[in-house]
Each structure stands twice: as structure tokens, then as C-alpha cells.
Design a binder for this molecule. Structure first.
Ligand SMILES: C[S@@+](CC[C@H](N)C(=O)[O-])C[C@H]1O[C@@H](n2cnc3c(N)ncnc32)[C@H](O)[C@@H]1O
Length: 406
């Protein structure tokens, strides 16, 4: 991205140079060529695109069909960085830039374009997604996303040089290379992320995940997993190691269960080691709970709509095993999320099993997050694998003593 003033200066510089050899060359021709080189249809399009950006107050009010350009400030969670995240830039034609491009025909901006563009331009896999700035013409939307380097094989990920560091350093780097507008945008991205409310974040998660999960063509796809049945088993099957072999019959509740596929899969995996497991699930997205109930009608009453941070069984039932994905809330709420399960969801003498999705670095493994939240880990599964290679982090557990609660 470039701002209009920078583009004007560059065009005039180029005009001066070209007139030394071709005195008749016109400014409009130089501007047109420059605009095309920068990926615009012409100078007027560049002018529109480089207008000032305004904050997106209400994502649902954006006319997504009118969006012609998507830019993405890519952030990676880092508990030691200012604000808990670092910025990632990539190098393109000698400059540090953020991913930017046009939505392809038929693409949904939020579901598809903001996933594809960072992946294709810099091999970055988005997870949390939020649109925070829109240009005056409402044609160019800027998102910030939280995610990380793509380690899978199913999508075409670009391999380009990355710069990673605190957002303030990234903004300074961009200003140094003359991209002041982009520097302001990444600062705006960081501010927007830091000032996010829990409710807004939950609405974004719903918007980001539900459509994709519902459109999936496999059961594991409906739980947000892109891969075959074997890959699913490799990646998630290690969770069976978190079951206590001394308990031959357990009720397992999967918090953030999506279409319920993990809880259902656990029934089969547990039976292989002689444990009879009864599955339950809770998810914040009503559409996914409906899907779980429709896919498993005999278990319809076992699936509930709720927020893992607050949900309690309507009749106060507790579960011998609760599985929890830590990444369903921001890290500052991990302690409250875990404590809520221990106080209200796990049965006395039961076990809270926790996973972190994806392939996080050791500093953000489930074990690191649980320890950082102030709890002692009692045990862990082996590391999950993908196509025979280690991928992802072990799930960990906390045991609840029998007499801790009444
Ligand atoms: C990737 S799926 C997880 C499926 C399965 N539990 C697993 O571990 O494979 C993540 C699910 O978390 C749900 N979710 C996100 N935030 C949540 C919250 N605060 N409470 C409950 N569910 C939440 C989403 O709707 C989505 O269906």
C-alpha cells in the first residue's frame, strides 16, 4: 500500500527522469503506469484507494459485496511482546509490506479472501479475524488477523522472507521506507486488537468459524480440521491418553465442540482401550450445536449452546472428563476459564483436559499456557502427529480431588 502523497511524489520524480530522454512525456501517462505497477486499474483508482481510512465500528454494516481490495495486518500472539502480539511483514520487491489483494470472483471477503491473501502472499494462516478500517469509498477494507506460519500441506503457502517484531518497531520500519500510511494502519490494527471487547471477539469468532464449519464436507471439517480421517486420528486421537484407564465408564464433555465430532470420535477411541465413554458437548454457535444434534439425533439432548467461560449444566450436572480448547478465549481470561471448569463443570474426582489448537511454539503450548495461568499440570498426552511427523502440542490435564467440593 502507498498513500496518495507518496504516489504523487514518485510520479513527479519519474516524470523528471523520463523527460530527460523523452521531453514530450505527460504526467498523466506516468501516473497511469505507476498506478498499474502498484496493482490499480489506473490513477483515479489509486486515488480512491489511498484515501484516509475510517474505523469499522460495526462489521455487520459493511457492504461486503462492494469491497474491491483487502489488506491484512498479520499478528502472532507472543506473551512476552508489548500487548501480547508481534507484527509480521513480508518483503516484496525490496520493501516490507502487508498482504493485500483483490477478492477473487465468488469469494466471500471474510471467509475466503482474508484467509487466501495472507496465505498466498506470505504463508500466513489466519485464525482470529477482525475488520478495523475502511477507506472513504468503502471499497478497501483492512483486517487484523491473529495466526501464525502455515505448517500444513493442503494450501499453497508462499515462502517469503518475514520480518517479525513489536508493532511499534514495524511501524517505524515502514515509516523509514516511506510508507507512512501503512505504518499508521498497522498501529491502528494493534490499537483495535488491544481495545477489543469480549463480546466483539466472540461475534468475530462466530462470523469467522461458523460458515466455514457448516460448509465443510467432512465430519472433521465441521470441527475446523482440514485433513483426512487418518490425519484426524493422528492429530486428535492422542487425547485418549488423557483418560484414566482405571475408570471404565466416563462422561466426557467437549467445551467448544463445534459439530461434536471430537466427542463422538472419543467414543470409538476409548472403546479400543476398554473404556465406555458417553459424549457431551457445548458450543457458542447455535448453528453448530444444531448440526451436532441433527447429525446425532439420539444424543440431541447431550449438546448445549453456551460460552465455555460461563456455561453450567442446566441441572447442575458435572462430568468426569471435560475437554477444553484454551484458544476459545484470549490468554488474559485463561485463569478464569480454567477455574470455571474446576468449580462448575468437572465432577469431583474428575479431570480437566486442555488443548491448544494448531501448531503453537513451545512458549504457547497448552502446558505453558496452563502453567502461566497459575495451575499445576498433572499429566500430558504424547505430542500429536501429522503424516507421521510431530505437529501440535500435547494436551495436558489437571485432576480434581474428590473432596475439594461438596
Ligand atoms: C476448532 S473447533 C473445536 C472442535 C473440537 N473441540 C476440537 O478440539 O477439535 C472450535 C469451536 O470453538 C467454538 N467456540 C469459540 N469460542 C467459544 C466459547 N467462548 N465458548 C464455546 N465455544 C466457543 C467455535 O464456535 C468452534 O465451533
Amino acid at each position: 500500500m502507498i498513500d496518495l502523497e507518496q504516489a504523487r511524489r514518485r510520479a513527479k520524480e519519474r516524470l523528471r527522469q523520463q523527460r530527460r530522454t523523452s521531453p514530450g512525456v505527460k504526467l498523466t501517462a506516468v501516473q497511469h503506469t505507476l498506478a498499474c505497477e502498484l496493482g490499480y486499474a489506473g490513477w483515479p483508482a489509486l486515488g480512491r484507494d489511498t484515501e484516509r481510512f475510517a474505523p469499522v465500528d460495526e462489521p455487520d454494516a459493511v457492504v461486503w459485496q462492494g469491497v474491491r481490495r483487502v489488506s491484512v495486518a498479520c499478528l502472532v500472539r507472543d506473551p512476552d511482546a508489548p500487548g501480547g502480539a508481534v507484527l509480521v511483514l513480508h518483503r516484496r520487491e525490496g520493501r516490507w509490506v502487508v498482504p493485500s489483494g483483490a477478492p477473487a470472483d465468488g469469494e466471500d471477503v471474510w471467509d475466503d479472501a482474508v484467509l487466501r491473501i495472507p496465505m498466498e502472499t506470505m504463508g500466513f494462516r489466519r485464525q482470529e479475524t477482525h475488520p478495523f478500517a475502511l477507506d472513504g469509498d468503502r471499497r478497501h477494507v483492512v483486517f487484523w488477523v491473529l495466526g501464525g506460519r502455515y505448517a500444513g500441506t493442503r494450501m499453497d503457502a508462499a515462502e517469503v522472507e518475514w520480518w517479525t517484531g513489536p508493532v511499534a518497531d514495524g511501524a517505524a520500519l515502514l515509516r523509514e521506507q516511506g510508507d507512512g500510511a501503512l505504518a499508521s494502519l498497522v498501529e491502528g490494527a494493534d490499537e483495535s486488537r488491544r481495545s477489543m471487547t469480549y463480546e466483539r471477539r466472540a461475534a468475530d469468532v462466530h462470523r469467522t468459524l461458523t460458515g466455514i464449519n457448516l460448509a465443510a464436507t467432512t465430519a472433521q471439517g465441521g470441527s475446523g480440521f482440514g485433513g483426512t480421517d487418518e490425519e484426524w486420528r493422528d492429530a486428535r486421537g492422542k487425547l485418549v491418553e488423557a483418560l484414566d484407564p482405571a475408570r471404565l465408564s466416563v462422561r466426557l464433555l467437549d467445551q467448544a465442540c463445534a459439530n461434536g465430532h471430537l466427542a463422538i470420535s472419543m467414543v470409538g477411541w476409548a472403546s479400543e482401550i476398554g473404556i465406555e465413554l458417553t459424549p457431551y458437548g457445548v458450543d457458542i454457535a447455535p448453528e453448530l450445536v444444531d448440526r451436532a444434534r441433527a447429525d446425532h439425533p439420539s444424543l440431541a439432548s447431550h449438546f448445549f449452546v453456551g460460552d465455555a467461560l460461563r456455561w453450567m449444566h442446566p441441572e447442575g450436572e458435572r462430568f468426569e472428563v471435560v475437554h477444553l480448547l484454551l484458544d476459545v478465549v484470549p490468554p488474559e481470561l485463561h485463569a478464569a476459564l480454567i477455574q470455571h471448569q474446576l468449580d462448575h463443570v468437572v465432577a469431583p474426582g474428575g479431570r480437566l483436559v486442555m488443548s491448544e489448537y494448531g501448531d503453537p511454539p513451545t512458549a504457547r503450548s497448552a502446558e505453558a499456557l496452563v502453567t502461566r495461568a497459575g495451575f499445576d499440570v498433572a499429566g500430558r498426552t504424547r505430542q500429536p502427529t501429522r503424516n507421521g511427523r510431530p505437529r501440535g502440542c500435547p494436551s495436558v490435564w489437571i485432576d480434581v480431588s474428590r473432596d475439594e467440593r461438596g
